[in-house]
Design a protein around this ligand. Sequence first.
Ligand code: FES
Length: 111
Amino acid sequence: MAFELACAFSDVPEDEALAVTIGSHDVAIARHGTEVFAVQDVCSHANVALSEGEVEDCTVECWLHGSRFDLRTGKPTGLPATEPVATFPVEVRDDGVYVDTTTTLNGVTPS
Ligand code: FES
């Protein structure tokens, strides 16, 4: 485990994701209430940043074709994307959001 500081909790908007780079990974940080999630910041359907889409009901939407990805599982909830995106472990300590990009929660290898 190698948690790195990604951002401040107060920097994460309620209805959109925050794009950060951790090591060699582009990561989208998003929240659902006080829960914080980190997913690979690229759609599994094409090379589009998920952080540019809306966050709602614990999903992030890809703005290009409208697939939504469950922030907990990384799985798309609708077409055209069919593959999950990698989800990374997150810890919130005080106001800091820490993400470990050396492993994934859902077993998806980040591209
Ligand atoms: S690029 Fe994301 S759904 Fe097509």
